[in-house]
Design a protein around this ligand. Structure first.
Ligand SMILES: *[C@@H]1O[C@H](CO)[C@@H](O)[C@H](O)[C@H]1NC(C)=O
Ligand SMILES: *[C@@H]1O[C@H](CO)[C@@H](O)[C@H](O)[C@H]1NC(C)=O
Ligand SMILES: *[C@@H]1O[C@H](CO)[C@@H](O)[C@H](O)[C@H]1NC(C)=O
Ligand SMILES: *[C@@H]1O[C@H](CO)[C@@H](O)[C@H](O)[C@H]1NC(C)=O
Ligand SMILES: *[C@@H]1O[C@H](CO)[C@@H](O)[C@H](O)[C@H]1NC(C)=O
Length: 639
């Protein structure tokens, strides 16, 4: 095929002087200024987020006066002990904005439990249902009347939080939390969370990453409209929809206005979205980490560019990941190579495309013909852009697109499958697309992972990289495949859901805890890496397991009759600087059970290859060479 030069036109987000941009918020306590700088750089706490979550005892002005006094007294050279004393005297501990709250719509035996046949899973789901009681947070009334003493963003209704250090609402997490709450029949809690978000859009014009003022200049993957869809599917309330449709319009507009750009590809112009940031300075909640990372750069401008890339990556929800690194056209490097704003992500565009579809249906229902037509048009354009710019015909998958090189980035990410989830591909050729994608999953050897689908195949130590597996990505891939109705895809989905549920359960049995992330390479393995220790709780993890048990619970068992859960193949993989060294360890608990498990495993692979289309070469391809070529320093296939 003729190769046409691709040019990416970055029409927005290029700011000559980032120092003219506003700070992440106005607060001189929580977002910018000498107090924040002095306290955060002192590193008083293991987690930088601790300080910015503390309440000030007196007004911001008096607190600033006390700060300046302390600085005068110490000749602007305070010791760590001076700073600690200042903080202890002027701040209350983190978490002081909440009061005890027990959701009054909680019930101990929601109907979905009846669908779960396996007694162990049934008990587990019942325990997960009880976890909502621990994750509920209600703000004290005092917060509403003294907003400037807190970094928390006041909301009227109590919320279910993710857990651990995430002690406020988070935007995209809430989609899976609401999914789980609806299965638990906690309708008013779920509706309350959605109403909070709608209220926040009315106040801020969009939804911040999380419920803190220091998140107020960036968002997260736009799942507000899908949250409304969950609520409407549960209880079809047209009045509620009519009341809030314009707030949904407003949030959609925010993404169209602040996040899209024009991409010229093969001589055509397309409008696509990417994550962005239009504020100055480091992230207040990871202040020291960002300043330290920026030491790599010598000018203020370059430092500000790095902060923007860090904040845009945080907006993507994937903070941090080699998915956003560009080094010599590859995904190698480290955080200093972040180029988040120069990458057009598959998932963001798929979500926006799906949102346009939902909005056109809602407006049609409400007899807003003009608005319905507008969204139909946006939907059609995004469908076309996703197909022309992101779909890679030879690879057989959608891929992120680099605005720097005008090329697709041929790396496996679960997000590559998100158009299946939002149905943003030509449904008239469904069989074709779905079979290509199933073939792609086979090619990247996804089925060797016993602990879930890894975020990437790069081992960088960042938390959205190998070997970590994240609940929302399992959900997007598995539901995307399952909803196609194509048998091979449904089988893949069922298998991956079974692995995920069993591996989470293995951790639960051991620790009686749900984690925010897991290890894809180890059955029952814990996630790690990144800026903070692994958190427990955990909102979206619970929601995803409940959704899978609801969907598959009538047949899914904690252990196979032939023992695959306990004695199947365990994959350990280590990726060094030089590439990939992957070892397959077949652990056979018993000869009979193990052999049978291995036979099942082989049979499926052959079945996949023979039935998923043209690529019969798959049968003879050696495992892991493909992985290597995906990871090898110079082996990126750019097209
Ligand atoms: C902070 O980290 C250190 C070293 O990892 C650990 O010993 C200490 O207990 C931690 N402190 C808190 C308050 O978590
Ligand atoms: C706080 O200080 C700022 C600047 O010094 C001043 O403009 C503002 O009026 C003060 N606010 C209060 C409530 O005293
Ligand atoms: C969104 O764009 C508008 C218009 O350019 C700008 O005023 C606003 O600050 C942007 N919002 C964010 C959160 O970047
Ligand atoms: C990037 O490319 C340049 C020029 O080809 C080369 O000098 C440099 O070593 C490369 N860097 C890495 C990390 O591969
Ligand atoms: C990131 O990589 C650069 C080389 O490209 C190196 O100089 C720097 O020290 C690395 N930073 C970290 C935090 O590893």
């Amino acid at each position: 095929m003729l190769r046409v030069l691709c040019i990416a036109l970055v029409l927005s987000g290029v700011v000559a002087d980032r120092t003219k941009l506003p700070p992440t918020c106005d607060s001189v306590i929580y977002c910018h200024g000498p107090l924040l700088d002095t306290v955060q750089m002192a590193g008083l706490y293991n987690d930088s987020k601790t300080f910015v979550d503390m309440k000030i005892k007196l007004s911001p002005n008096i607190t600033m006066e006390h700060f300046h006094e302390m600085m005068r007294r110490t000749g602007s050279q305070p010791t760590k002990a001076d700073i600690r004393e200042f903080v202890d005297q002027n701040f209350d501990p983190e978490g002081s904005e909440f009061e005890d709250w027990r959701p009054d719509d909680w019930k101990d035996n929601p109907a979905f439990l009846q669908r779960i046949k396996d007694p162990l899973f049934h008990q587990w789901a019942s325990d997960l249902n009880k976890l909502w009681l621990q994750l509920g947070r209600k703000m004290k009334d005092e917060v509403k009347h003294n907003q400037d003493l807190y970094s928390i963003i006041y909301v009227e209704n109590p919320v279910i939080v993710p857990g651990g250090r995430f002690r406020e609402f988070y935007y995209w997490d809430s989609y899976w939390i609401i999914k789980g709450l609806l299965l638990s029949e906690m309708r008013s809690t779920a509706r309350g969370m959605l109403s909070n978000f709608l209220d926040i859009v009315d106040r801020f014009g969009f939804i911040p990453n999380g419920g803190r003022v220091y998140y107020a200049m960036r968002s997260q993957p736009p799942l507000l409209i899908p949250m409304m869809q969950l609520i409407m599917e549960d209880f079809d309330d047209v009045g509620y929809l009519r009341q809030h449709i314009h707030t949904l319009d407003r949030e959609f507009d925010f993404w169209m206005t602040n996040h899209t750009l024009e991409v010229e590809h093969d001589g055509h112009k397309y409008t696509l979205a990417r994550y962005n940031d239009m504020s100055q300075g480091p992230r207040p909640e990871s202040y020291k980490e960002d300043i330290d990372c920026a030491k790599h750069f010598d000018t203020r401008d370059k430092k500000e560019e790095l902060y923007a890339e860090l904040k845009a990556a945080a907006e993507s929800g994937w903070d941090f990941s080699s998915r956003w690194f560009i080094l010599n056209g590859t995904n190698k490097g480290n955080l200093t190579n972040l180029k988040t704003r120069s990458i057009v992500p598959v998932d963001l565009n798929a979500i926006m495309c799906g949102n346009a579809q939902i909005m056109s249906e809602y407006h049609a229902r409400l007899n807003n013909a003009e608005k319905a037509a507008y969204y139909r048009d946006v939907h059609a354009r995004l469908m076309e852009a996703i197909d022309k710019v992101l779909w890679h015909e030879d690879v057989g998958a959608w891929l992120d697109y680099s605005l720097e090189s005008g090329r697709r980035r041929d790396y496996f990410y679960p997000s590559n499958l998100s158009p299946l989830w939002t149905k943003c591909y030509d449904m008239g050729r469904k069989e074709y697309y779905v079979n290509r994608v199933v073939n792609y999953l086979d090619k990247v050897k996804l089925d060797v992972y016993e602990g879930g689908i890894p975020s990437t195949y790069e081992h960088t130590g960042e938390q959205w990289d190998y070997p970590n597996a994240w609940p929302p990505m399992q959900y997007i891939v598995i539901m995307g495949l399952a909803n196609t109705g194509v048998p091979e895809a449904m089988r893949f989905a069922n298998e991956m859901a079974t692995k995920w549920v069993r591996s989470n359960f293995e951790v639960w049995k051991d620790k009686t805890a749900m984690l925010e992330k897991y290890d894809a390479t180890i059955f029952g393995g814990l996630g790690g890496g990144g800026e903070y220790v692994v958190q427990t709780g955990f909102g979206w993890s619970n929601g995803v397991i409940m959704a899978f048990l609801n969907k598959y619970g009538d047949e899914m068992c904690a252990a196979d009759a032939f023992g695959a859960a306990e004695s199947g193949a365990v994959v350990g993989a280590a990726v060094g600087a030089g590439g990939v060294a992957t070892a397959l360890l077949a652990v056979l608990a018993s000869v009979a059970a193990g052999t049978l498990g291995l036979m099942m495993y082989k049979k499926r692979r052959e079945y996949t290859a023979l039935h998923s289309g043209e690529d019969l070469k798959l049968l003879s391809r050696k495992p892991y060479t493909e992985l290597r070529s995906l990871n090898g320093a110079s082996a990126q296939r750019l097209r």
